[in-house]
Design a protein around this ligand. Sequence first.
Ligand SMILES: O=C(O)COP(=O)(O)O
Ligand SMILES: [Mg+2]
Length: 227
Amino acid sequence: MVPPLALDIDGTLTTPDGRLDARVFELLPDWEAPVVLATGKAFPYPVALAGFLGRDATVIAENGGVVHVDDETTILGDPASARAVVETFLERGGDLGWGGDETVNRWRETEVAVSVDADEALLREIAAAAGDVEVVDTGYAFHVKSPDVSKGEGLARVAEALDLDPDEFVAVGDSENDVSTFEVAGDSYAVANADEAATAAADVVLETGYMDGTAAVLEALRAGREP
Ligand SMILES: O=C(O)COP(=O)(O)O
Ligand SMILES: [Mg+2]
């Protein structure tokens, strides 16, 4: 029997150039245990991915700000402080860096994502002064969010709703926002492209990166082997 999975998306199910790796569609639709998509992306993205995989939307979005399991959505993050920080950032000449009518934040309910090309020093200075937000660098964006929510907290909730022990989950991820997932899941794997924080937190650091690493773990689990 395969274990339930907690999978990050960007850097974990993707190719180095940011495309969804086709092996996702081979490995995940028939996975015979829950698959939780745990991402920093806004809620609609993992919901859409789960739908196109033909699976129930069991989703942790916005780094734990939004959790959806068993047809129930729970909003856990409070966007007020993050939005205030971003407002100050814009007033002081910062730019979110996404262009005009961007879709990165359009449906984001509990945090704000800022491009990695934005003025990081200014953003961090304003966030530090505000005190009640953190800036999480996923390698794909800076997420300005409440420190009270995390993917790991989200996973604990999802596990409870599914009547599973969080310890039963196998997690794969690549960055700082996956550290809390790794702390909650029973077995954690960082892909080879993982950042320092994820590498340090993982039980195992894989020899290969992106979906090559993730697929190696999933194929081994599916075959009943130790990854
Ligand atoms: O949205 C991001 O910045 C990263 O997304 P991820 O958590 O799926 O890697
Ligand atoms: Mg990632």
